[in-house]
Ligand binder design. Structure first.
Ligand SMILES: Cc1cc2nc3c(=O)[nH]c(=O)nc-3n(C[C@H](O)[C@H](O)[C@H](O)COP(=O)(O)OP(=O)(O)OC[C@H]3O[C@@H](n4cnc5c(N)ncnc54)[C@H](O)[C@@H]3O)c2cc1C
Length: 410
């Protein structure tokens, strides 16, 4: 069996180009904008980010996860992993090269479930960067961890669907042109997972309303509560087959969860590098922090966990590319990478002392962001539950743990 962790020269080149573009073009532009301060207003920021997106596209650094036929780089998910990890070390990096959530997951979903007309109308503008989208599944009144409880209802009326319900944490809805909405269509479906379907809802449809901007640990402006009140959409806006909303959500979440992991790896690396840099330059009680064993153990644990994270993400991506079941691997990767992010950023912040707690470094914001990684796209406990289920299934069906441990040949 061949085990090869090297990338082809073209893929390595894409990584180097991403790094060069982020360091040479994006970071200086962001620094210039920051220096100009608030006085330039949000309009100037938006304009500058759009210009950077345009430049990235011209350089061929655009939607690495999507096939070339639809305007992406066709890199496949494994190669996208390292490009995403590289881009995420720069603020807005993944958005600038058009592989940020939630558009990234929605592009996959439209590619795999969309009709030709839907691809033309909704995927194409996402690929061209002229539209924004969001994903609207979680509801305030029922547990998001269990989507079989979704209450938002879609009812057929002539050649339209009429949607009623309330969602929240529909990330990016304020700036989005359309939402992929999961709603109940078949109350009495035999299996609970067959009750919901997915719909494409243009957000200028009458009856759609942003109820409020939810203030979070990380501030506001990102995850609003929204209402669908007698929202009428044409029949052809159903995405994928009727009764397959749950499945579509799961298929979407495989690569989307891994997309998060890839970006988090970039953040983990950045935090660990900051920890090492600080420890080698801060002197206390007769030696540098880096010479103290307790600090070295922080470095060692973070390095070990980062290495595990990289292997898990690469292996899960490999399984997605091979077209084989990837659910245990993605669950394990998502749980491990999210928790490594949380611990590593916390350690880096600790080593920076008061500076870490201040906003003079990005660590405080990184820690706040790291907290949601353990909740969104499946909370820790749900992934642990799934991992345990796979372990029991593997043991009971095969008398060993191979299904639960990546089906590796050892
Ligand atoms: C920053 C952020 C962005 C988000 N973006 C989106 C988005 O764009 N679109 C969207 O639809 N949703 C989004 N979400 C919502 C997210 O998917 C849900 O928060 C998640 O699915 C959990 O649902 P819940 O919040 O209702 O928690 P609940 O389902 O109520 O769960 C609460 C807690 O209960 C525990 N728990 C749940 N099930 C089990 C179990 N089986 N065993 C043991 N413990 C359990 C866990 O500790 C869990 O954290 C986002 C959330 C965040 C924080």
């Amino acid at each position: 069996m061949a085990i090869d962790f090297t990338f082809s020269p073209e893929i390595e080149e894409a990584r180097q180009m991403t790094r060069k573009f982020m360091h040479g073009v994006v970071r200086p532009k962001l620094a210039e904008l920051r220096e100009a301060g608030e006085s330039r207003g949000r309009g100037a920021w938006r304009e500058a980010i759009n210009e950077l997106r345009q430049k990235a596209r011209e350089e061929g650094l655009w939607a690495p996860h999507m096939p070339k036929e639809v305007g992406g780089m066709g890199l496949g998910i494994t190669a996208t992993a390292m490009m995403s990890a590289e881009a995420t070390k720069t603020p807005m990096g993944p958005y600038i090269i058009n592989c940020a959530a939630p558009n990234e997951g929605n592009m996959h979903t439209l590619l795999h479930f969309g009709t030709e007309e839907q691809k033309e109308k909704w995927l194409k503008p996402l690929m061209e960067g002229t539209m924004q989208s969001c994903f609207s599944m979680t509801e305030p009144d029922v547990a998001g961890s269990d989507p079989t409880q979704i209450q938002t209802q879609a009812v057929e009326d002539g050649d339209e669907w009429v949607i009623n319900g309330r969602k929240w944490f529909t990330s990016g809805a304020q700036r989005a042109d359309f939402a992929i909405v999961i709603a109940k269509t078949d109350d009495d479906a035999e299996v609970a997972q067959g009750r919901t379907s997915a719909f494409i809802v243009p957000l200028d449809t009458p009856g759609f309303r942003i109820v409020r901007d939810v203030q979070t640990m990380g501030g506001g402006g990102g995850h609003p509560e929204v209402e669908y009140k007698n929202v009428r959409i044409p029949k052809e806006n159903m995405l994928g087959p009727r009764g397959r909303g749950h499945e579509l959500g799961q298929v979407r979440l495989g690569p989307a969860r891994l997309g998060h992991c890839m970006r988090w790896i970039g953040q983990i690396e950045m935090a660990l590098e900051m920890l090492i840099e600080r420890a080698q330059n801060r002197f206390a009680h007769g030696s540098l922090l880096s010479e103290k064993q307790s600090i070295q153990w922080m470095m060692a644990h973070s390095t070990l966990e980062l290495y595990q994270a990289k292997l898990m993400v690469l292996h899960a991506a490999y399984r997605i590319e091979q077209g084989v079941d990837f659910r245990p691997e993605v669950s394990m990767a998502k749980y491990h990478v999210a928790n490594t992010l949380w611990r590593t950023v916390d350690r880096a912040l600790q080593v920076h002392g008061a500076l870490g707690y201040s906003k003079d470094t990005p660590l405080a914001d990184m820690l706040i962001n790291a907290r949601w990684s353990r909740i969104a796209d499946g909370s820790d406990e749900v992934h642990l539950m799934r991992i345990a289920q796979f372990a029991m299934r593997s043991y009971n069906e095969q008398g060993d743990l191979s299904i639960a441990t990546g089906q590796l040949p050892i």
